[in-house]
Ligand binder design. Structure first.
Ligand code: ADP
Ligand code: MG
Length: 709
């Protein structure tokens, strides 16, 4: 990506002096100087994220190090860094930079560094006292993202033990935790009673209206997308000037809504249809995570005179990014959330109703500069029956596998008594330990293995990392690296909205599948990657084959970065090496099995498969798979992930032979919950382990083999 950006300074840069935080600049600078922990709270849009790091920079608080600011969302980290680099009159990547997974835009000169919380967590692994930083700001703590929660616990632990805190540092680290108004007392108590600095807000009243369009049973995306479009157009024609912010759940919905808005806005006759004579047009702008950054910049620019701006956004516009000029909110009432699904035993991205506190937050975005209105497309009954009071913190609803491995690698053995702001349920911790044991990242005693130490360095899900390392140990990483990269970027296959085009795209994708030879979704990804890379005109090749060129370009960059991590590991003498004498296609699929044997399913009847992980879920192959409609020829398969709608679908699928997983499957049932829960609490003696092993062996003999299932 380009490390230099052009900007115009004529814009609204001077407005920073009008932000509520500006009045408190000197007090805030002093408060950070005086305290090792500080909680800062203030309404969204008061200037916390963009201004505080600059104030600390001006006060010289970076000393010899950096000021690091974490964000739960990568778009926020990038966008805000862009903005702050403009305000500080420097090019992005110099004094002000950002780092997100697979995209590092910083240099030696960077002192103000915006980053995702996941990035800082990975930095802690290499440098537990964060010696490169003078100040760390954990932003958006109210979002309660898993990584920010873990960082809070880790920094609390480090700073509360003076030995650890000063080791390897010349000056002590300062930690600032920033949050929109929620839960600041709880944060302060957690951090040993540290001071809370409140930036007095100035907000205007927002009137909220329910509608009877969406009731408890109307959860279909097409229904609420249509409704938000209708309401947004109503607002446009019948309300006075002022911009509109629409909340939906994700990219495809947002694009659909924008298309519908364009189409319908065309037919507005501004001489007769609009209430406010000053309104002469509608500017429709989408806003979601994987959008190109130059497009995102437009969101913040004031619309031309007479034009009303309508931003259609994900939840990112609820607190992470503040758009000026918003007077009307159209709230769909839904959000996309990663949840642990106990029915299938995996994390699944699903669309759920927002919480009441989230709805209030969304409405509040209309009252920043004057009184506003919020149009909820759902009924009062929906509010009462479907919307929980608060959003459950991510740590209490998603898989903990990666963070537990990180904690273990940091020497936190007792992962149950770790200082969590909100303790996750013990069964989630046990589940994470079980998965780590299954992919050989920890041993029976809960200790990190050599493999686990290698795995933690990859910013990938554990199963995929395991498969990649297996391939590397057999000398065939060239097969797995592109696949891992392709699975780390947004969907590469374009699905056009137009039915005719869709048919053509399907045909092209099928042809690519046939060319890929052995037919499965993983080799398909590999083949697309290699073909495009070898092409003289890759972007034209993508266009012709209905492949996202932007996504594929990121995949190329991700592959290079993964290869660098792997090369560093392979250069060490103790990198594990093995031998294999089968053919290449078998080798590839067997490597996948090592990581994905937990995601194994066997065909039961017709097109229905049954998972083998103890949940025994009935699943179907997703229509996007190259194996769709060929189910009859399949027996055992592994898959990358699940999609739950009215059915459970498996996506990115690969046929395998039972033989290849036979020896791995017992691992799914080998370790019992009691064993792991004691492992999670304390160091275990060899005798205790020996006792379990005999107990398990006896049990397995009576249970028979997995083949009988
Ligand atoms: P807080 O963190 O307290 O919610 P921010 O620092 O994010 O507040 O926002 C302060 C102001 O900066 C807002 O008025 C917002 O519109 C503006 N702002 C933030 N990012 C950008 C950007 N990329 N371009 C233009 N204005 C921005
Ligand atoms: Mg902020």
């Amino acid at each position: 990506m380009s490390k230099r950006t052009k900007w115009d300074t004529k814009g609204d840069l001077d407005e920073s002096k009008n932000l509520p935080i500006y009045q408190h600049k000197a007090t805030l600078q002093q408060a950070v100087k005086d305290n090792s922990f500080l909680v800062v709270t203030g309404e969204t849009g008061s200037g916390k994220t963009t201004q505080l790091p600059q104030y600390l920079h001006q006060a010289g608080l970076w000393g010899n190090g950096k000021i690091g600011i974490t964000q739960p969302r990568r778009v926020a980290a990038i966008t805000v860094a862009q903005r702050v680099s403009q305000e500080m009159h420097c090019s992005l990547g110099r004094e002000v930079g950002y780092q997100v997974r697979f995209d590092d835009c910083t240099t030696q000169d960077t002192v103000v560094k915006y980053m995702t919380d996941g990035c800082l967590l990975r930095e802690i692994l290499a440098d537990p006292v964060l010696s490169q930083y003078s100040v760390v700001i954990l932003d958006e703590a109210h979002e309660r993202s898993l990584n920010t929660d873990i960082l809070l616990g880790l920094l609390k632990q480090t700073l509360s033990s003076p030995d650890k805190a000063s080791k390897g540092r010349s000056v002590p680290l300062k930690v600032v935790v920033m949050s929109a108004t929620l839960e600041t007392d709880k944060l302060s108590v957690f951090l040993g009673g540290c001071p809370v600095f409140t930036i007095p807000g100035r907000t205007f009243p927002v009137t909220s209206k329910f509608s009877c369009a969406i009731g408890p049973k109307d959860t279909e995306s097409s229904v609420y997308v249509k409704e938000v479009v209708k309401v947004a157009l109503d607002v446009h024609t019948s309300e006075m000037a002022g911009d509109i912010l629409v909340f939906l759940t994700g990219q495809s919905e947002i694009e659909k809504a924008c298309d519908m808005l364009y189409e319908k806005a065309e037919s507005i006759d501004y001489r007769y249809d609009v209430q406010d004579r000053k309104v002469e047009g509608l500017l429709i702008l989408p806003l979601y995570g994987s959008m190109p950054t130059d497009q995102q910049k437009q969101i913040f620019q004031p619309p031309p005179p007479g034009i009303r701006k309508c931003v259609v956004a994900t939840n990112i516009a609820a607190t992470s990014l503040t758009i000026n000029g918003i007077k009307y909110i159209v709230d769909s009432g839904f959000v996309k959330q990663l949840n642990h699904n106990s029915r299938v035993g995996m994390d699944i991205l699903e669309v759920v109703p927002i919480s009441k506190s989230e709805a209030l937050q969304r409405a509040g975005r209309a009252g920043r500069t004057s009184a506003g209105k919020c149009f909820r497309i759902y009924s009062q009954e929906f509010w009462e029956k479907c919307m929980p009071k608060y959003t459950v913190p991510e740590i209490q609803r998603t898989s903990l596998t990666t963070v537990i491995l990180t904690l273990k690698c940091l020497g936190v053995h007792d992962v149950i008594r770790f200082p969590y702001l909100d303790r996750p349920e013990e069964r989630f911790i046990i589940e994470a330990l079980k998965q780590l044991y299954q992919c050989d990242a920890i041993d029976r005693r809960g200790k990190v293995t050599r493999l686990g130490e290698l795995m933690v360095q990859f910013p990938l899900p554990p199963g995929l990392t395991r498969a990649l390392l297996q391939a590397a140990s057999l000398g065939c990483e060239d097969l797995l690296l592109p696949v891992a990269a392709m699975l780390s970027v947004e969907n590469i296959f374009i699905r056009p909205g137009h039915p005719e085009k869709q048919k053509e795209a399907d045909k092209k994708h099928r042809q690519l599948g046939v060319q890929a030879g052995s037919c499965n979704d993983f080799t398909m990804l590999l083949s697309v990657f290699e073909k495009c890379k070898a092409s003289d005109a890759p972007s034209a090749w993508c266009k012709d084959n209905y492949i996202h060129w932007r996504a594929l370009k990121s995949a190329f960059s991700v592959e290079t970065q993964l290869r660098e991590i792997l090369l560093r590991q392979q250069n060490r003498r103790d990198f594990p090496m093995e031998k294999f004498d089968g053919n290449k296609s078998e080798l590839f699929r067997r490597c996948l099995c090592t990581g994905y044997f937990t995601n194994v399913a066997r065909r039961s009847v017709g097109k229905v498969f049954c998972t083998m992980d103890g949940h025994g879920s009935m699943v179907h192959i997703h229509p996007s798979s190259t194996l769709f409609d060929q189910e009859a020829q399949l027996d055992w398969v592994i898959f990358h992930d699940l999609l739950v709608t009215s059915r459970i679908y498996i996506r990115t699928v690969c046929p395998i032979r039972y033989d290849w997983v036979k020896d791995l499957l017992p691992k799914l049932h080998e370790v019992d919950v009691y064993e792991l829960s004691s492992v999670a609490r304390e160091e275990v003696t060899d005798e205790e382990v020996a006792k379990w092993v005999t107990k398990e062996a006896a049990k397995r003999q009576t249970e028979g083999s997995a083949e009988d299932v």
